[in-house]
Design a protein around this ligand. Structure first.
Ligand code: PLP
Length: 436
């Protein structure tokens, strides 16, 4: 499958193609790859779906973060996309890491990352994973309940603790505070005193306003509440030598970052004055996932079947189109992450599949007419629906390709091989200029 020149570059990261035109770069990568595939004779699987990853987008996102929130050090949330090129690049750029499991910790440590650059940001941990964190020298974790404090006392008593508080994340794309986070009252009246009693070390406060957050007031309120916990922890429970980390979690998106980063900056200024920061040596960290990778990945899928809607049916949908990736594969984000991927058509200039003649081997990004289709994944499950109704930029046929931009977050990380289909897709790496 990797016979195209661009695909070969994936094996040699130092040979990444550079371009000033990132759209063209991605389109060229898509077209180069699929031009090599003749689906009438290719081996089974050669026409599998694949990603094009633009590492330049990851770099740009990281730079944008550093420009807008220079005072908040990002710990990339590994769960969001575990691709090693992306993780390696973020490591090189200076990001730290948020890991939620033993495997994620091991993955990051295997890169030679120092364990003090990892926050084990899972408030409900397996005992053996806590012991593993201790053996690995990972000494910072989040906690939102008393049982977890007892577990830490038993298995990792020297671990620094960030008390994770719940936020108002009702409007977020994916809520997290329905599952994690304690109340302010709980933090102050239960967790702080118990941590003191057990001789544990409270390092600070953590929160997450929900993935794909829409309401940035919740950032303001969480930072305000965090300040109250710092005050109580320092004044009442004498954690003044240890409480110096505020972890503002994830939830950020490039599209709304101007506003969300402004709210972070203003809230930090209001509740964490320079005097307070200097007195206790306070550090701000965050756990962005989606922000770093979402727009760096484009998924290309192959149309494997089409069923026209019976003309007697009163429907504006022209046909049901079946592609070779879906909600059990790299588009699980539709179910798990409430995403609505938008597809665009790549097609041959000639419809040679029907004409039985050697075609003009040229692919174009189709942009002419538009029709409504429903799009379905390849498995035998009726749930495997990519879209019940979507407008495609062109009529489509078996053998055409549909590509979906912005599929870097919560996609490849949660694929399955249900029905025997390939889970993770092959990735072709390119890198657009970082200063575009
Ligand atoms: N931190 C924690 C604890 C999370 O649970 C998540 C996502 O679920 C993240 C960070 C990353 O969030 P996002 O991708 O919205 O930035």
């Amino acid at each position: 499958v990797s016979s195209s020149p661009i695909a070969q570059k994936a094996i040699n990261p130092s040979g990444f193609k550079k371009s000033n035109n990132k759209t063209k770069l991605i389109n060229d990568a898509l077209i180069n790859h699929i031009s090599d595939i003749d689906h009438e004779v290719c081996e089974a699987g050669e026409e599998d779906s694949f990603f094009v990853c633009d590492l330049g987008e990851v770099s740009r996102s990281f730079q944008t973060w550093k420009q807008r929130l220079p005072q908040v050090h990002p710990h990339y949330a590994v769960k969001c996309n575990t691709d090693m090129q992306v993780i390696g690049l973020l490591n090189k750029l200076g990001a730290n890491f948020d890991c939620a499991s033993k495997n994620e910790i091991d993955t990051i440590l295997s890169l030679g990352v120092s364990p003090d650059r990892i926050v084990y940001a899972n408030p409900c941990k397996t005992n053996s994973f806590i012991r593993h964190a201790r053996q690995s020298n990972v000494n910072l974790t989040t906690v939102d309940n008393v049982q977890e404090l007892h577990k830490l006392k038993q298995f990792h008593p020297d671990c620094g603790i960030l008390i994770r508080i719940a936020t108002d994340d009702e409007t977020a794309q994916c809520r997290l505070s329905t599952k994690f986070g304690c109340s302010l009252d709980n933090a102050i009246n239960e967790l702080l005193p118990l941590a003191k009693e057990l001789g544990l070390t409270v390092r600070g406060v953590a929160f997450h306003v929900g993935s794909g957050a829409k309401d940035f007031d919740s950032i303001y309120k969480a930072i305000r509440d965090a300040r109250l916990i710092f005050e109580q922890g320092i004044e009442k429970y004498h954690f003044d030598n240890s409480m110096n980390i505020l972890d503002i979690g994830g939830g950020f998106e490039l599209e709304t970052f101007e506003e969300s980063s402004r709210v972070v900056t203003e809230s930090l200024q209001e509740f964490f004055s320079n005097d307070f920061i200097d007195q206790y040596n306070i550090r701000f960290i965050a756990e962005p996932g989606r922000f770093m990778v979402s727009n760096a990945f484009t998924l290309a899928t192959h149309i494997i079947a089409r069923r026209d809607i019976d003309k007697s049916v009163n429907s504006d949908i022209k046909a049901m189109v079946y592609i070779n990736d879906g909600v059990y594969g790299n588009m699980n984000c539709i179910l798990f992450d409430h995403q609505h991927p938008q597809g665009f058509v790549l097609q041959h200039k000639e419809k040679f599949y029907y004409e039985q003649q050697q075609p003009e081997q040229e692919w174009t990004i189709a942009e002419k007419d538009s029709y409504f289709f429903s799009i379905w994944g390849p498995t035998c499950d009726g749930l495997d629906c990519v879209s019940t109704k979507t407008k495609l930029t062109h009529d489509v046929a078996v053998g055409d390709w549909i590509y979906f931009p912005n599929l870097g977050a919560y996609t490849s990380a949660a694929t399955t091989s249900f029905n025997g289909f390939k889970g993770k897709a092959h990735i072709i790496y390119v890198s657009s200029e970082t200063n575009e």
